[in-house]
Design a protein around this ligand. Structure first.
Ligand SMILES: NC(=O)c1ccc[n+]([C@@H]2O[C@H](COP(=O)([O-])OP(=O)(O)OC[C@H]3O[C@@H](n4cnc5c(N)ncnc54)[C@H](OP(=O)(O)O)[C@@H]3O)[C@@H](O)[C@H]2O)c1
Length: 264
């Protein structure tokens, strides 16, 4: 981690799950790295670390990202951001086809197309637009002569389409992340940047993700069973650290990581 001393790491979705575990690991690994955690909720857990700063920001809102960038520039002038982990994301259950046989009890009840638009937009705006706005805004604060990483937290749902209609829009947002990671890599090559583009594609991870997806009782009971064999946030953090700690000439493209027992 010595190569990042004196610089900044920004982690989105730092108030829970994978993002929170990553912030903890980064802070434990290096006291010379400033770690900024971003989420809509404040992140209170790391107040004992002087090199941690929580900034409340909804990554789906351009004005909030702009104001977060201004805060970083004024509070940490002279420091560059060498690590960006685009981790904030969520899913919502609603099929693409409007047919009762595709719905299950977890499916969101919608009255009209306006409701449908809100459900789809909340996922697209965080998982795709938010990740892209963060990449564009933060890349301006990076020193492209120095080693660094833009790590996108994708999903196995960004690699193959599973036959669960409720999650097809979520899957589409994650397929977009696959294109965005490779697009980012290609653009970094054009400008001869030393920043690397990486993505992690997890299967089931035991986090609050499934509460954010649906609180419907049947779904929650099913997921309680699934998470018994799920991998942990720490497993995902191990993969993120592999990308970050790789020697500067080595860029890890995509890490697919599932529970051993996961079938699809
Ligand atoms: N858990 C899994 O099985 C799994 C599998 C594959 C991929 N993933 C991906 O892993 C990433 C992290 O998810 P997780 O499992 O750690 O879920 P989680 O525990 O629900 O955490 C999600 C984080 O994202 C933040 N967030 C959501 N929308 C946001 C927004 N608009 N602006 C800023 N922050 C936002 C949440 O904070 P606030 O609510 O405070 O904003 C929270 O900190 C996601 O991209 C998810 O798609 C998860």
């Amino acid at each position: 981690m010595d190569k990042f001393a004196g610089s900044i790491a920004i982690v989105t979705g730092g108030s829970a799950g994978i993002g929170k575990a990553l912030i903890k690991r980064l802070l434990e690994k290096s006291s010379n790295l400033t770690v900024i955690g971003i989420a809509r909720r404040p992140i209170d857990d790391f107040s004992s670390f002087p090199n941690f700063r929580s900034i409340q920001c909804d990554v789906s809102k351009a004005d909030q990202i702009q104001s977060m960038i201004s805060t970083v520039q004024s509070e940490f002038s002279g420091k560059s951001v060498q690590i960006l982990v685009n981790n904030a994301g969520h899913g919502k259950p609603l099929p693409l086809i409007d047919h009762s046989s595709l719905n299950d009890p977890a499916t969101i009840q919608v009255e009209n197309l306006e409701d449908v638009s809100k459900v789809y937009a909340s996922q697209l705006n965080t998982n795709v637009l938010g990740l892209s706005l963060m990449t564009r805004a933060v890349s301006k604060l990076m020193d492209h002569q120095k080693c660094g990483n833009i790590v996108n937290i994708n999903s196995m749902s960004g690699q193959r389409v599973v036959p669960t209609p409720n999650s097809h829009m979520y899957s589409a947002t994650k397929f977009a992340v696959t294109a965005l990671t490779e697009g980012t890599r290609q653009e970094l090559r054009v400008i001869n940047s030393s920043i690397r583009a990486n993505q992690i594609s997890p299967g089931y991870v035991d986090t609050d993700f499934f509460q954010a997806f649906s609180m419907e009782q049947g779904y929650q009971e099913k997921m309680k069973e699934v998470v018994k064999t799920a991998i942990t946030s720490e497993d995902i953090v191990d993969s993120i650290m592999l990308c970050i700690e790789a020697q500067p000439g080595c860029q890890i493209g995509d890490i697919q990581i599932r529970p051993t027992v996961q079938k699809l």
